[in-house]
Design a protein around this ligand. Structure first.
Ligand code: F6R
Length: 248
């Protein structure tokens, strides 16, 4: 695992955007696996800025997102499709038909999840998978549990995830209780993984993912088995690895 130690959120965002931009420069028709949430917002801002300056183009890029809340329409301002449009898709030259976000309104979620996996396979899997991480170690919405789930699936969100995400909703009761998430199979099938983290509250999840036992109780720990992971994190998120002497 290659680890970039960055001073703060902005430096983390810039470094993450550089890794993504380098992937696009190297392979203009790459498949990007994308994430939502607070962590990648800054990186998306850099990518939009560099696109506007003419440094990169998304014309041939295809994207698949990690997850979506069950029950939210693409136009709901807290849906992940809306997030992707307002943070990236509407501001760059990616073709809308080349972007996929799980359908939170799918009537038959079992069939939808199977189709999502089939689509990812048809692309030859993801070239670069961007990941944030939950305080409990979740990646995508693969929550801690007794086993790793390979396929795209419907997840019951952990109470701690509902708590964490309630900051985006008027009340905690408004936070959807389920999501559709890409499974561990598609994440581990990516040729390269870019894991990003910022802030003290991610320090345990990052430590456990990098140095803890490989266990579904910390889903991020499976990344220790991936041959090509880049971790970009600020000093607060790396603080436990720094204290343990793992990161200089
Ligand atoms: C989002 C996702 C989640 C988030 C995680 C961290 O698409 O898959 O795993 O990356 O919940 O969220 P933030 O970045 O808001 O702390």
């Amino acid at each position: 695992m290659k680890i970039f130690r960055e001073k703060d959120y902005d430096a983390m965002s810039r470094r993450a955007a550089q890794v993504i931009a380098a992937e696009i420069a190297h392979n203009p028709a790459c498949v990007l696996g994308l994430a939502t949430g607070s962590t990648p917002e800054g990186a998306y801002k850099y990518l939009v800025d560099w696109y506007e300056k003419g440094f990169l183009s998304f014309t041939d890029v295809r994207s698949v997102n990690l997850d979506e809340y069950v029950g939210l329409s693409p136009d709901h301002d807290q849906s992940y499709r809306y997030f992707m449009r307002s943070n990236l898709f509407d501001h760059v030259d990616i073709a809308p038909e080349n972007t996929r976000v799980p359908d939170g309104l799918a009537a038959d979620t079992t069939a939808f999840c199977a189709e999502y996996d089939a689509y990812i396979r048809s692309l030859g899997y993801v070239d670069l998978q961007l990941l944030g991480i939950g305080r409990n170690g979740h990646i995508g919405f693969n929550e801690p549990g007794d086993c790793f789930v390979k396929e795209t699936h419907v997840v019951d969100l952990a109470e701690s995830t509902i708590d964490a995400n309630s900051r985006f909703f008027a009340t905690r009761d408004d936070v959807p209780k389920q999501a559709i998430s890409m499974g561990i199979g598609a994440i581990m099938g990516a040729k390269k993984v870019l894991l990003c983290a910022s802030g003290e509250e991610k320090a345990d999840a990052i430590y456990n993912s990098v140095r803890g036992p490989i266990t579904p109780k910390c889903p991020g720990s499976i990344l220790q088995l991936h041959p090509n992971v880049v971790l970009v994190a600020d000093e607060a998120a790396l603080s436990k690895l720094i204290a343990a002497g793992v990161v200089k």
